[in-house]
Design a protein around this ligand. Structure first.
Ligand code: EPU
Length: 410
């Protein structure tokens, strides 16, 4: 399993906190990592892949940096907002373009800003740029009104060198947050409770460069499980962390996918060729609930399962844009508010479709595996933002899939 995108990007941002050479291993070779490297580079750091091992990233952070995340990068990758906390912590100032909405709808950052204000930062916004200042951040108790992943990360990154103790309550509990806390610990930070709903940080005077191996990508692992669920057969997903995917595995098992924990790998076997998956209801929730990022994959699976399944989205209200694409492929799905009612059909039929975002793009590719005839997924560059060689891996599993010469994946 490649390292998790949603951890690697934050670990890269964390390096801003300490000058010197940081080493990150198992960093996925994906477009978003390249964008984060470009952002760090614009701020003055040097990011390089090791020539003898391209999964290892070294990041040289200088004493002085330009504390700014410009619009052209923030617009391409919302995760850029996570440099706000470390820049304020290290330089007492930060300028970050206001991220706009995206394919999931309006995505505010009010909780990031309010939490950082609790630590003593002040913000002004003009001409689309948030300017943050903090003479010296001071530890405080911050109660998040929702366990936002990004807000928890920005707060954690700001708190590690704040004066005194910070307690983040109702923190997001995603494994990628525990991973960030572990990396910060290698940098000399004093963090306890990372991955739980209360994180306590004792601020330290200064940090030193860190070294860490990125946690395996649970969403990527789920993508291969979904591929097997759609196309049949069995798979061993090397390095998948079963303990990070419990709720999802429960739902997939209820649908009839046999999943076995092989210690350092996950085995999955689809029902026999004459049997179908069975429909279940699923709700997305913050971790340890079923992640919203799994949802397009689940909708694809339900679209060919036996029965009716209701999928309820509780994290991003607008994350349904790929559904008309699945309907183009013959799926029977009705969206009502934040519910998708999926009536399984016997088979999908291949069609030209368009990937609206990373996860939906992967789900359309996976759906194409089970569809009769050819599926051409346009805007497949979205998939490359988050997946290292999805097409190559599926082809190695026996799928008839190829990267098109323009932007398409079939
Ligand atoms: N929210 C607010 N105010 C805030 C922050 C969040 O209202 O200040 C709302 C959001 O609008 C959303 C909910 O809270 O409705 C959850 O957002 P959260 O902050 O938890 O998500 P995020 O940090 O923006 C990360 C991942 C997403 C993943 C979500 C949920 C990264 C770079 N992104 O986003 O991953 O879906 O957590 O788990 O880590 C992806 O990888 O394709 C992706 C979109």
């Amino acid at each position: 399993m490649a390292g998790a995108k949603n951890s690697a990007l934050k670990l890269m941002a964390a390096t801003v906190l300490a000058p010197g050479r940081h080493t990150l291993r198992n960093v996925p070779r994906i477009a978003d990592v390249t964008l984060m490297a470009e952002l760090l580079d614009r701020m003055g750091a040097t990011v390089s892949r090791r020539s003898d091992d391209p999964d290892v990233l070294t990041i040289d952070v200088p004493d002085l940096m330009d504390p700014e995340a410009p619009y052209d990068l923030v617009e391409k990758m919302r995760a850029s907002i996570v440099v706000l906390g470390p820049l304020l912590a290290r330089f007492g100032e930060a300028r970050v373009s206001v991220p706009g909405g995206d394919d999931f709808g309006n995505r505010p950052i009010d909780m990031h800003l309010r939490g950082l204000e609790d630590l003593g930062a002040t913000f002004t916004t003009s001409h689309g740029v948030i300017e943050g200042r903090a003479e010296r951040l001071l530890g405080a108790r911050v109660l998040l009104e929702y366990p936002s992943v990004g807000a928890t990360e920005n707060l954690l990154l700001a708190a590690v060198t704040a004066k005194g103790t910070t307690v983040i309550d109702n923190a997001a509990r995603e494994p990628e947050i525990a991973d960030l806390a572990a990396f910060l610990t290698t940098m000399g930070a004093e963090v306890s409770g990372g991955g739980g709903s209360t994180i306590t940080v004792e601020g330290v005077e200064r940090l030193h460069p860190g070294e860490h191996t990125v946690v395996p990508d649970r969403i990527e692992a789920a993508t291969y499980l979904a591929a097997v669920g759609m196309a049949g057969g069995s798979i061993a997903v090397e390095g998948a962390r079963v303990d990070h995917m419990e709720m999802l595995l429960d739902r997939l098992s209820a649908m009839g996918l046999r999943v076995d924990d092989g210690g350092d790998r996950l085995w999955a076997t689809a029902p026999g060729p004459t049997e179908r998956l069975v429909s279940v209801d699923v709700s997305t929730l913050p971790y340890p609930g079923v992640a919203t990022d799994y949802k397009p994959l689940l909708v694809a699976l339900l679209s060919v399962a036996d029965g009716v399944g209701i999928l309820t989205e509780n994290v991003f209200a607008g994350r349904f844009r790929y559904i008309p694409e699945l309907v183009r492929m013959g799926a029977d799905i009705r969206v009502e508010g934040h519910h998708a009612v999926v009536r399984g059909v016997e088979a999908l039929s291949g069609a030209p479709v368009r990937a609206p975002d990373i996860r939906a793009g992967a789900a359309l590719v996976v759906a194409g595996l089970a569809a009769e005839g050819e599926t051409v997924v346009a805007d497949a560059h979205h998939v490359a933002r988050g997946y290292q060689d999805l097409v190559g891996n599926l082809a190695r599993l026996g799928a008839d899939v190829a990267l098109g010469s323009a932007v398409g994946e079939t």
